[in-house]
Design a protein around this ligand. Structure first.
Ligand code: BT5
Length: 263
């Protein structure tokens, strides 16, 4: 059984039991001029992570891609990914799971080593946390304006965690029972629209992201295209750069895989 049609959301929703990739369907819609459409699938057979990595998407997830046409320059696109991460965390928390964000786009559960930690095993390798959701944002733009933007959101909602990579978990596994995916998706879309729906509200995204992130204040290593940058993450700056204090001074990284190191 999938998420039913008729989601109460600030976007038109297309629902599929199975798709190759919701991002690919969203790209088709974008090519046809769509704006404000959410593509949702119960299962994906060819879904993608960043850098063409495979994303495992069995039945039971919230696999969702939005087609939007924001009035924004392409340089602001990373902000939409940050807004999606905030929206995922808020929907997880409403479902009763205390998720947090690892820069730039991973949503994790556990590994904080504090009393909110429901998953102490996750810290056994010092990395902290199991991945419960990820975001792949795709965009087409001209020099000064985004043509279309597709935040592709994958949440391991009611997924059997045996089907997931070892460092991943699902909301169902954390809670011991399935969540209401329809409500989850509605909350997620409402939160995303509230933060990223109009340009005048976008200055709320970074503060909201900072509040929900576990990366700030931690020792990190980010693998950038120019090699690894290691140090203490001190802030995130517009439109989403991570500021790292290293032994050789302050570095700003715009993309890369981030690992939380043991303090
Ligand atoms: C991401 O990539 O985290 C972005 C994932 C975006 C998936 C959504 S689902 C809806 C939409 N349609 C698509 O086709 N994609 C989007 P990245 O940071 O590159 O992480 C990928 C890595 O996470 C993989 O190499 C695995 O190690 C791990 N992984 C794969 N499937 C996972 C899962 N379901 N849960 C947690 N980790 C996973």
């Amino acid at each position: 059984a999938g998420i039913e049609f008729g989601l109460d959301a600030p976007y038109a929703v297309e629902y599929y039991d199975r798709l190759s990739s919701t991002n690919d369907r969203a790209r088709e819609l974008a090519g046809d001029g769509a704006d404000g459409v959410a593509v949702v699938a119960d299962e994906q057979t060819g879904s993608r992570g960043r850098l063409d990595r495979e994303w495992v998407a069995p039945s039971g997830g919230v696999w969702l891609s939005l087609v939007i046409r924001p009035d924004a320059p392409p340089a602001r696109a990373p902000l939409f990914t940050l807004a999606a991460a905030v929206a995922i965390v808020d929907a997880c928390r409403e479902a009763g799971v205390n998720a947090h964000i690892k820069w730039p786009n991973d949503v994790l559960v556990g590994g904080l080593g504090d009393e909110t930690d429901t998953d102490t095993d996750a810290d056994s390798e010092g990395r902290g946390g199991r991945k419960v959701a990820g975001i792949l944002t795709e965009m087409e733009g001209e020099a000064d304006r985004v043509s279309w933007l597709i935040p592709g959101i994958g949440v391991n909602a009611n997924v059997d965690s045996d089907l997931l990579p070892a460092d991943a978990t699902s909301l169902q596994e954390v809670l011991g029972e399935p969540i209401d995916r329809r409500r989850f998706a509605a909350t997620l879309l409402e939160r995303f629209a509230a933060l990223a729906g109009t340009p005048d509200r976008m200055d709320r995204i970074l503060p909201a992201w900072r509040e929900r992130a576990s990366t700030i204040g931690r020792r990190v290593r980010v693998d950038t295209s120019n090699g690894p940058v290691t140090g203490t993450a001190v802030d995130v700056e517009p439109p989403g750069a991570l500021v790292i204090e290293t032994n050789d001074g302050t570095r700003r990284v715009h993309a890369g895989d981030c690992e939380h190191l043991r303090d």
